[in-house]
Design a protein. Sequence first.
Length: 276
Amino acid sequence: MSYADKLFIDMCSDIIENGYSTEGEKVRPKWPDGTYAYTIKKFGVVNRYDLSKEFPAITLRKTYIRSAIDEILWIWQKKSNNVHDLSSHIWDEWADENGSIGKAYGYQLGVKYKFPHGEMDQVDNVLWQLKHTPYSRRIMTNIYKFDDLMEMGLEPCAYSMTFNVTGDRLNAILNQRSQDILTANNWNVVQYAALVHMMAQVSGLQAGELVHVIADCHIYDRHIPLVERMLQNEARSAPQFRMDPAVTDFYAFTVDSFHFDGYNPCPFDEKIPVAI
């Protein structure tokens, strides 16, 4: 069993056994049939992953790691807000007729600001600081810009990253206001784990801890039986992670720069409905 599997099992079990049900309350999301989508939730869940020991992909069901990394490159590297620049179709529901999701995610990371060391966007500011002032306590990004919320196809769920160097290890905190655990938890974990590995490598550092902070950590009502069946699977070993060591420029990484040897997740053929 991978450590990521253990964390996932413990988190889901705790939500199901001890979580708060929103049934009957005024909620926003709905199922495709128009029924309100209620959840069982826990507040303030914190999971820690030591990236030096294991790449945190669960094996209880398949996480489409390459697609998840393609999305993080779309946001952090391409700084795009157009779904036509993305290989998957997970954002199509929130895009307009031109493929734009508005001033969300990648758009925000591409906005330039004036810093003491020059004018640049948030990603380039992180890269500059990791190279020139790695022990700064101000290395962070935030894409939840209130001025632009009305022009976003979806308000960011994962909205901030704080990077911190300890010795030669790059650690990071991912803050997330809300997470649909079944559909998105490990997807977000693996893509931000890959991001930490990328940032570390191009900065001459080693990947350390990824701390994932989830404010509203929930399982939707129609997902509960699916999660319960998923937790009955016999978890397997984590994949062996490899990243192209020749890449020293953050903007040179591609999906093909990553390899996950021996990733053999459990079969899970259940169709997962998505609340919108």
